[in-house]
Design a protein around this ligand. Sequence first.
Ligand code: GDP
Length: 522
Amino acid sequence: MASKDAFRTRRTFAIISHPDAGKTTLTERLLAAAGAIQSAGQVRGKAGTRSTRSDWMEMEQQRGISIASSVMTFDYQGLTFNLLDTPGHSDFSEDTYRVLTAVDAAIMVIDAAKGIESQTLKLFEVCRLRDIPIITFINKIDREGQEPLALFDEIADKLALDLTPALWPIGQGVDYRGYLDLVEKRMVGPTGTPGVEWEEIEELIDHDELMADPVFVNALETLDLARSALPEFDLETFQSGHLTPVLFGSALKGFGVAELLRALGEWAPEPRPQPAEPKPISPDEKKVTGFVFKVQANMDANHRDRIAFVRLSSGTFTRGMKLRNVRSGKDLAISNPMFFFGNNRELAEEAVAGDIVGIPNHGTLSVGDTLTEGAALKVTGIPNFAPEIIRRVRLSEAIKAKQLAKALSDLAEEGVAQVFRRMIGADYLVGVVGPLQLEVLGARVEKEYNVPIGFESVGLEVARWIESDDEAELKRFITAQKANMAEDRDGAPVYMAQNAWWAQRAQQDFPKVRFLTTKERA
Ligand code: GDP
């Protein structure tokens, strides 16, 4: 049985980035550095690339689901790291956002040439909702990129976040000479060889042979500028999500990766208390609690099973345990819980707060569900996110209207997509954050409910839940915007606009109305 403090060894984190910034490459490097895989090149989450573990491939093919990289667990230096994948590219979906409700820290990977890109910004904003501490890794330093100081300015500006350097590059691209490790106070050469050490960084100017190199002098000067303008690293400020340490490196070449792992182990927090009603759940509470942050359904019509990914919030879970789904009030014997190690999965005999357990089920578990040993608790902070793609559902066989209603309601509950009813007319609108999510919805409604549907654009691009302390004002807004109003599945009013400009305009015209991009699931 795990000791009552076992959860303190858990580091549960995600990597946030824009497609192509290097997330997959970095994941491989981290796993290799921790000894979890033999060499980089084994982790492949993307279509068209191969997993080296054939058993895994077989399972994926049999089940027609892709869970290859949902969770990767690895041990390193007495700690257990749970890396949760944030699906990107075409499989970007609300899951991508919700994964961030299940982590205690994030690594933000930025391409040194491109700076902050759109998807990084969106994911960062979700991290900010919960003040998740972030370690920044500026990648591809082996290539020509933007100047470090320019990157610092951009990040501070766009994210309104304090930064502090932890690794500073000495040159970039062809001029790359290694880096200064400001934590261990030493230089590391371009091939990873340890170089000069220091007590005070100013000592470096006494090294004539270093100072003879203009690239080195420039690095030292820019670092000096950065340090004079920026705060020093402070663990508490970092852990409260207000300060990000920045490492420069190269996932491809492995520069800075060991230091990133070190930063994660030393600085990333142990499992944090989980927001819940009536009160937050402390990870050291004895009773087991957890919540579902993602449901991976089987796209193969012959296998209706799905896997609910549960993040444990407290207690020591053991296989076979009965847990209550607070939403339905039903008890569930968890006989086949799963863990994920790199590309393998195995039965989870025991798990503690911070761990992720996969629970196969036939639709009894939905996103946002709380599991307890009986306590009437409800985990909060697993919201729906404002959809970025809104479509009208086109039903080709009118006679199946009732089945459609059931299908949409079931799938919305599971968290596959959000469903809205317009206040004028009877149309169903569905909202998603990524195009693949729409495809999945369409395919599942057809396969599982035998209702063929299509989707069509209605010229709406922005959705915001609205609320106000002034009831009359809210009513006035709804009346004025009736043609653009809808209700979500809980009956909450949602304003939909043609584009960001109109949304902005509505906001200016009705200052007492709040326009929200997230809403807690009922
Ligand atoms: P992801 O989409 O964020 O998972 O990005 P990948 O890890 O697939 O990387 C995208 C591309 O950038 C690939 O061609 C990588 O080989 C390349 N790449 C990743 N890291 C580095 C790096 O540190 N330096 C260079 N030069 N290329 C990199």
